[in-house]
Design a protein around this ligand. Structure first.
Ligand SMILES: NC(=O)c1ccc[n+]([C@@H]2O[C@H](COP(=O)([O-])OP(=O)(O)OC[C@H]3O[C@@H](n4cnc5c(N)ncnc54)[C@H](OP(=O)(O)O)[C@@H]3O)[C@@H](O)[C@H]2O)c1
Length: 234
């Protein structure tokens, strides 16, 4: 059991909630930052800080004095054809996926440095390595997340490791619309070499690994957790 302090931005739902539950089960203290509180039973090691990362300033004073791991989970899946692409929508994807991550890291940085060794995990998408129609806006924003990850990994080494998880379609509230019927689920599963869509635990497990000392010699990596989608033709 570890006594580490973790901050999970977007830990109230989906992958971030799965990660929060895993970190709590491992004995960590977890501060979740999100607009709504996690819908799980209260836990002595769980704190919730209500904030909208696109509007609010995260105050370092509201975060733990030392932070051993930071996950930035908010993201978008706004899909659509080129002809309908609006600058405002692209800008808001960039704000949520990229600028929000930078703001949260800036607020956490002193506490991450104070921890001695710390780690950050960001989230991209399979749609950066594998070109997919209708994904221009999210692929562009997540491509920026991947560049940001490598740049930060270089800048913050050796004390802070920064890695990125790039999932394919995963069963979370964000993906609800794409998985709204059994037919859609079956069609989406079929597109993956491993013939299923991702579960929260598929992604939360590797995210937890990347935040802990078990991954102590890994930084600057973009790790596809995507049922083989980005690299295998079955
Ligand atoms: N699910 C997929 O199929 C999939 C595929 C590829 C990549 N990803 C990426 O994986 C990451 C996690 O995705 P997910 O599916 O777990 O997403 P999700 O189900 O939408 O959960 C996102 C979390 O972020 C929080 N959040 C969203 N906007 C926020 C804001 N403005 N301020 C503060 N918190 C905010 C949400 O909480 P509140 O609503 O309470 O604020 C929630 O806790 C994202 O970056 C996503 O792009 C997901």
């Amino acid at each position: 059991m570890n006594q580490n302090n973790y901050v999970v931005i977007g830990g109230s739902k989906g992958i971030g909630l799965g990660l929060t539950e895993r970190l709590l089960a491992g004995g960590g203290n977890v501060t979740v930052v999100s607009r709504s509180a996690p819908q799980i039973p209260s836990h002595p090691n769980l704190q919730h800080l209500a904030a909208d990362v696109t509007k609010d300033t995260i105050d370092a004073a509201d975060l733990p004095d030392t932070i051993d791991g930071l996950a930035y989970c908010p993201g978008s899946i706004n899909l659509g054809p080129l002809r309908g692409l609006k600058a405002e929508a692209m800008t808001s994807d960039y704000q949520l996926n990229v600028v929000g991550a930078v703001k949260c890291l800036q607020a956490s940085l002193a506490a991450m440095k104070a921890a001695g060794n710390s780690a950050m995990v960001t989230f991209s998408t399979v749609a950066v390595r594998q070109g997919l129609p209708m994904h221009s806006s999210v692929a562009a924003a997540k491509g920026a997340v991947e560049g940001l990850t490598r740049s930060l990994a270089a800048e913050l080494a050796p004390k802070i490791r920064v890695n990125c998880v790039a999932p394919s379609l995963t069963d979370t509230p964000l993906a609800e619309r794409l998985l709204a019927s059994d037919q859609k689920r079956a069609a989406m599963a079929e597109r993956h070499p491993l013939k299923r869509i991702g579960t929260v635990d598929d992604i939360a497990a590797i995210s937890e690994f990347l935040l802990t000392d078990a991954s102590g010699w890994i930084t600057g990596q973009i790790i596809g957790v995507d049922g083989g989608m980005s690299s295998v033709r079955a």
